[in-house]
Design a protein around this ligand. Structure first.
Ligand code: GLA
Length: 345
């Protein structure tokens, strides 16, 4: 366990880096963005690999980020038109994507500097108070995001929020993985399995249409392990709209609570990733928009050199009454948990 000063933001806020380590993994976390910064595990040859894309310094996180490793909230993914209707009152948040969507809440949680503290010997808790209308969202809100490194190397992420306003909460982590290491080339040979029979088709602006499409017979069928690259270039409208996979999968057993959502295997390193969650969805994003920005080790993060599995409620669900609701009443506690486990397959 170690806590050290990582950097100071232009506005003078100190950002700390926290390290958790056991025999299976080493994790570093940053208080800016409650960020999952590094996850280092030994591969099949015993070589230690950092399997997360990211940056070596605060400046990288602040100026070149595509949300690498950060916590996202209060509402991850997209809200159509930035329109949030709460009990008949409409909040219009300034769109930050294609002039029409609100993506990742405009970076409200991501760009915040959180108060971090160790709890016990394997957990870091990040806390932040958000004022009513901060970032355009209603409610004085206390949020807690914690990371626990479990004995088997699992990184458990827990999210808590309580607000004095009714609100929609959808919190996630936006880590990009490359199981061959952050400098391991593209992830097209990684094999993915998702515990989902359906996914959410989107319009050309990446907003879910509101339907659920069966994965059967489509490039979205990951019910058995399949290489991410196998059909990513298929002539399929949903892939054309998004330039590759960037869709929310509707996880099975939504009523069963915490369960395995998706797994990835990389034969090159011999490492596997399991993603667990109690949430109904997982956004699988194949890193299609990465365009060579410089990251860790001064290496460019090129298109599809990392993938994300962002556990979440369905995108734009506040505007889609048929989707599972993440509406939380004032004073009620929001709680959700997800985990990443990287291990030798
Ligand atoms: C999410 C979105 C993607 C992209 C990334 C950030 O995963 O679904 O479309 O915006 O965030 O680049």
């Amino acid at each position: 366990m170690e806590k050290k000063l990582y950097g100071i933001t232009p506005s003078g806020e100190e950002v700390f880096q926290f390290t958790l380590e056991n025999e299976n993994a080493l994790v570093t976390l940053l208080s800016r963005g409650a960020t999952l910064d590094k996850l280092i595990v030994a591969d099949k040859n015993g070589v230690k690999k950092d399997v997360l894309l990211g940056f070596d310094d605060l400046e990288g996180h602040m100026t070149r980020s595509d949300y690498q490793g950060v916590a996202v909230g209060p509402f991850a993914n997209r809200i159509a038109g930035g329109r949030l209707n709460i009990n008949g009152k409409e909040y219009i948040l300034p769109p930050n994507e294609k002039g029409r969507n609100l993506l990742h809440s405009g970076g409200l949680y991501t760009e915040a500097v959180w108060n971090g503290e160790f709890e016990g010997d394997n957990k870091v808790v990040f806390k932040r108070h958000f004022m009513d209308m901060e970032g355009g969202f209603p409610g004085n809100t206390d949020v807690e995001i914690s990371y626990t490194l479990e004995d088997d190397g699992t990184v458990l992420m827990e999210y808590k929020a309580v607000s004095d306003s009714d609100m929609y909460f959808n919190l996630t982590n936006h880590a990009y993985f490359n199981l061959s290491g952050f400098d391991g080339g593209d992830i097209l040979n990684h094999k993915l399995k998702v515990n989902a029979d359906g996914f959410l088709p989107v319009d050309e602006y990446s907003i879910p249409t509101g339907e659920i499409m069966s994965v059967a017979g489509t490039p979205f069928d990951f019910r058995e392990f399949k290489e991410i690259g196998k059909e990513i270039e298929a002539d399929f409208e949903q892939l054309r709209f998004t330039g590759g996979y960037d869709h929310c999968f509707c996880l099975k057993d939504a009523d069963k609570g915490y369960r395995l959502a998706a797994s990835v295997i990389d034969e090159n390193s011999g490492l596997a990733l399991d993603v667990f969650t109690d949430l109904p969805g997982v956004q699988f994003y194949a890193g299609n928009f990465l365009k060579g920005t410089i990251g860790k080790g001064n290496k460019p993060m090129n298109k599809r050199c990392g993938f994300c599995l962002e556990t979440q409620y369905y995108p734009d669900s506040p505007n889609k009454p048929q989707f599972p609701s993440c509406f939380v009443m004032a004073g009620e506690s929001f709680y959700t948990k997800s985990a990443y486990r990287v291990y030798k397959a």
